[in-house]
Design a binder for this molecule. Structure first.
Ligand code: ADP
Length: 479
């Protein structure tokens, strides 16, 4: 969909049918050093409603390398003041941000539905996740716990404190355009970093709303800088910018690899959250009705456009027919674009189910990011676990069973970052770590307190009050 929307944005400039809507659509700007400014290059990207492509939501700066450079300079100028601001004071500003998000939740949800097509209930959930993340993570302003630990020499004290990493570049995707930016922005800020954020070119409005709310909450100029534009220009410039100490990226595995390589070249910290090919295992003792509901929600909620979407359902043969009532079919239903009536004006596709899928098939291996799921028959739990692990990704897995022993066995044996029992593969909560194994990530976790390990650096502190030279590992200590 991202590609299709990009192509449409280009087409929109030419299409006379959209001229009237375009003249009514608002022009937005970048936010750099506390000021709203156009791109140095003077180019724009039209943000088009994917449910009705005649509707131009707004035009946003198609920014350049110069814009990124200015934003990074602004973040650098603001850094010392922000990192020296006591963390509880930083958090107070973020709690105010949370209040603003609550107050505007309905407006933000409507804006989000218009720019990216998720239904209102779900965009409300997206904003709610940003609210939850803000309140939960702002609370860290009064914790940001380090630790003390014994030193091995007498009259010596040892402790560990968290310090900000510095200037952070945040690159985010279009499917959760407020929640995902908040997952990165709020911990970055509470830890004392300053940031440049680039939302997906398809959905800049929701991130604009978040940044505007930061301004209203009193986040000082330069602490948060917004630069909109294409990944190949703005995103690539950020990943290569020598002053950005950290890049936090969510998006496709292919792009994540480019980001990781660029960061490796310049020894920057890089946190990646990428694709998934998530699985629900349904055993013969499952509550099948509950499992079907979970599978439908996991596969077709958010049109299947979640990195945790249930795009494989591995079903024990004894209950397989209850799940997939088409004998031997490959395409059980769906697969077509919907083009009638109002749907003709947007990007709509039927919910699609493939049955009798073999685990090695392309449809069961590659991330699809659409309302498509594959039903795979299995003979046993161990075989189901092997299928679950037999993909390049490792984000989320689920099992439906009434047998606690099987549930724990499956939890232990699936190599994923998230696991559910008798629930679908989607529905992560902000106070638990989020992320995955293999091609899904690079070992980091967002959300929870674990995200603080991305956005802060540990400093180990040794405090010797013996008044003499003491050499660790060399001097004998009398006991
Ligand atoms: P999706 O397929 O979900 O659109 P992408 O990985 O293409 O995922 O995009 C996720 C984010 O990465 C977007 O903000 C996009 O603009 C950005 N991006 C795309 N290409 C690059 C790149 N070469 N370097 C840095 N960021 C990029």
């Amino acid at each position: 969909m991202a590609q299709a929307k990009k192509a449409l944005a280009k087409k929109a400039r030419k299409s006379s049918g959209r001229a009237a809507n375009r003249s009514r659509s608002k022009t937005y700007q970048n936010y750099i050093g506390g000021r709203w400014v156009p791109s140095a290059g003077g180019e724009w990207i039209e943000n088009i409603n994917p449910a009705d492509t005649r509707d131009v939501v707004g035009r946003f700066p198609s920014s350049t390398e110069e814009d990124v450079d200015r934003a990074v300079s602004a973040a650098a100028d603001a850094f010392d003041h922000w990192r020296r601001t006591p963390a509880p004071r930083r958090a107070e500003i973020l709690f105010r941000l949370g209040e603003i998000l609550i107050r505007n939740k309905d407006v933000y949800a409507a804006d989000m539905t218009r720019e990216m097509g998720k239904v209102l209930k779900e965009t409300g959930g997206d904003v709610q996740e940003a609210i939850d993340c803000t309140y939960y993570t702002a609370g860290e302003g009064r914790r940001l716990h380090g630790f003390t630990t014994p030193a091995e020499m007498p009259n010596k004290f040892a402790m560990c404190v968290r310090q900000p990493v510095g200037l952070c570049g945040l690159i985010t995707p279009w499917n959760f355009p407020m929640a995902i930016p908040s997952w990165k922005l709020i911990p970055a800020l509470v830890c004392g970093n300053t940031v440049v954020i680039k939302p997906a070119e398809d959905t800049p409005l929701s991130t604009y709303n978040l940044v505007k709310a930061c301004e209203e909450a009193g986040v000082p100029p330069g602490v948060v800088n917004l630069v909109t534009g294409y990944g190949e220009t703005v995103g690539a410039e950020m990943t290569n910018h020598s002053a950005l100490r950290l890049i936090s990226f969510t998006g496709s595995t292919d792009t994540g690899r480019l980001v990781a390589s660029a960061c490796a070249e310049r020894n920057a910290i890089c946190s990646l959250e990428m694709g998934g090919k998530n699985v629900i295992i349904v055993m013969e003792d499952a509550d099948v009705d509950n499992a079907i509901e979970g599978a439908v929600w996991g596969a077709f909620g958010t049109s299947g456009q979640r990195c945790t979407a249930s795009s494989r359902v591995v079903v024990h043969k004894k209950v397989y027919r209850q799940f997939a009532n088409e004998d031997g079919a490959t395409l059980a239903c769906g697969g077509q674009r919907l083009t009638k009536g109002d749907q003709a004006r947007g990007f709509f596709i039927e919910p699609t189910v493939f049955t009798d899928v073999a685990p090695h098939m392309r449809v069961a291996q590659e991330e699809i990011f659409g309302p498509v799921t594959s039903v795979i028959p299995t003979n046993s739990l161990d075989e189901a676990i092997e299928i679950a692990n037999g993909v390049r990704y490792g984000l989320s897995a689920a099992i439906y069973t009434q047998d606690v022993n099987r549930a724990f066995h499956a939890m232990n044996e699936t190599y994923t970052g998230i696991f559910y029992v008798n629930a679908s593969t989607i529905g992560a909560e902000v106070h638990l770590p989020f992320g995955g194994t293999k091609a899904t990530g690079n070992g980091h976790r967002e959300a929870g307190t674990q995200v603080l390990d991305i956005f802060s650096e540990w400093k180990s502190v040794y405090f010797d009050y013996s008044g003499k030279l003491q050499r660790a590992q060399i001097d004998e200590v009398e006991v």
